[in-house]
Design a protein around this ligand. Structure first.
Ligand SMILES: *Cc1c(COP(=O)(O)O)cnc(C)c1O
Length: 212
């Protein structure tokens, strides 16, 4: 990460590392914690709950998986940050629950920048059309845009994510400082295109023995 940051002309520490611990054991997280890591990402609430309960309270848990609306309250209880808000309907639901719970979670809007059938997320034009409504959701702190682009030509799609964020900033009036992009296989490209937080699992913890 330090090499990728310096070759992109970015200051060290400008890009955060989210350690994606889904499918890995509580002990693996504890080991990374002992080494100083504090941000961890999980994609399923049920899998995360025992880890959250067992590990130190100064860990900051980020939710990165598909989020069913009926899990929203539980997810908000453990996760101050959600990277996978993939529809206006979900954003509005989270806003309502957050208001009821007296919370203001930080969120990223997940965009399907390459228009892939197999993936969720806002279509770019849909995201821009929702800008005003999103800006009115007072119980969410919208940080920016998240994407999981195709492996092929990933740098181009990271650039497209940044450009979409810039457009959304103009249309919404929100500051949108954040870009959640880059995983084990492509974080260097993501950092070169302005990522502010990379979500890295297998490069830190080793290969997952089963898919998440
Ligand atoms: C699993 C996952 C990651 C981490 O993937 P690695 O290839 O193991 O680094 C990042 N983001 C999301 C949304 C994931 O589900």
């Amino acid at each position: 990460m330090a090499d990728a940051s310096s070759s992109a002309g970015r200051a060290p520490g400008e890009v955060e590392l989210l350690a994606v611990s889904k499918t890995f054991a509580t002990e693996d997280v504890a080991e990374a914690y002992a080494a100083g890591q504090r941000l961890f990402g999980e994609s399923r609430q049920q899998e995360a709950a025992p880890k959250v309960a067992a590990l130190p309270a100064d860990i900051e848990w980020h939710f990165i998986g598909g989020l069913q609306r009926n899990k929203a309250r539980k997810v908000l209880a453990d996760f101050p940050c959600i990277h996978s808000v993939d529809s206006l309907r979900l954003a509005e639901h989270l806003d309502r629950i957050a208001g009821e719970e007296g919370k203001r979670p930080r969120i990223y809007l997940e965009a399907n920048v390459a228009g892939e059938e197999s993936k969720g997320g806002f279509a770019p034009e849909e995201l821009l059309a929702a800008a005003e409504t999103l800006a009115g959701l007072k119980h969410l702190e919208i940080l920016g845009v998240m994407s999981i682009p195709p492996e092929e030509d990933s740098r181009r799609w990271f650039a497209a994510t940044r450009e979409l964020r810039d457009q959304l900033r103009t249309t919404s009036g929100l500051a949108l400082p954040g870009l959640s992009m880059g995983m084990s296989g492509d974080f260097e490209e993501a950092i070169a295109e302005g990522s502010t937080i990379v979500r890295v699992g297998s490069a830190l913890f080793g290969y997952r023995s089963y898919p998440a």
